[in-house]
Ligand binder design. Structure first.
Ligand code: DX5
Ligand code: ZN
Length: 222
């Protein structure tokens, strides 16, 4: 059976003056999830959005809201993101000494829990928490900005992560975030990705959201 590949447009690259419209466009064009990048200016050198934006998005889409927290001490805020309407809440392994607690808080609040790692973080950070998570997010750029170039070593890391996932929790999904586009989407799926985050590949001036999503979908379906 062919596995399901989910495409998650990252609204970080959308036109924020027309955010609702852009999300509706993505939904109509067959996006699977909406990826929401929350940045605090401490864990990463950029500040983006918070609870009120997640609440507003919840009102315009029925799609899974995939909230990626690039914030320090995420355990302080995960429940509020779930209350705001997040379906998946992903925290970073580097952002807290309390990874286990944070993942449990997400699940207890009623959402799916994700754990993310930066490009230089050893993959063994997942080993003791596979049972506590629903999603493993592999960063393939340094977090903070959209439109960066894919770090090639991510391909090999993805394969190793997929093997660890198969052993640790075969139900968990692997999400790849950063520099995903037409040039590498099929290869990422081949190496084990279940969810592809795509920001600048979906929201750009080159083509419509619908055309970009279709091209990505065609690329992964071969
Ligand atoms: C980067 C964010 C990504 C970003 C991806 O810190 O986590 O989700 O939006 O953007 P692209 O797809 O343009 O690399
Ligand atoms: Zn992200």
């Amino acid at each position: 059976m062919k596995k399901t590949i989910r495409i998650a447009p990252s609204i970080l690259s959308a036109d924020f003056a027309r955010l609702g419209e852009q999300v509706r466009e993505a939904e109509a064009a067959g996006a699977d999830w909406i990826h929401v990048d929350v940045m605090d200016g401490r864990f990463v050198p950029n500040i983006t959005m918070g609870f009120v934006v997640v609440e507003a998005l919840r009102r315009v889409t029925r799609l899974t809201l995939d909230v990626h927290l690039m914030i320090v001490e995420p355990e302080r805020y995960v429940e509020r993101f779930v209350a705001a309407g997040a379906d998946v809440v992903t925290i970073h392994a580097e952002a807290t000494p309390h990874v286990h607690r944070a993942l449990q808080l997400v699940r207890t609040a009623g959402a799916r829990a994700g754990l993310a790692v930066n490009p230089a973080t050893p993959l063994d950070r997942f080993d003791d928490v596979w049972g506590e998570l629903d999603l493993a997010l592999l960063m393939t750029v340094n977090p903070g900005f959209g439109g960066q170039r894919f770090i090639e070593r991510g391909l090999e890391r993805l394969e190793r992560l997929a093997a660890r996932r198969d052993a640790g929790n075969p139900e968990a999904l692997i999400e790849v975030d950063g520099g995903v586009g037409l040039a590498n989407a099929a290869e990422l799926v081949g190496r084990g990705a279940d969810v592809l985050v795509a920001g600048s590949a979906v929201f750009n001036d080159r083509a419509s959201v619908a055309e970009n999503l279709k091209a990505l979908r065609d690329a992964v379906q071969g």
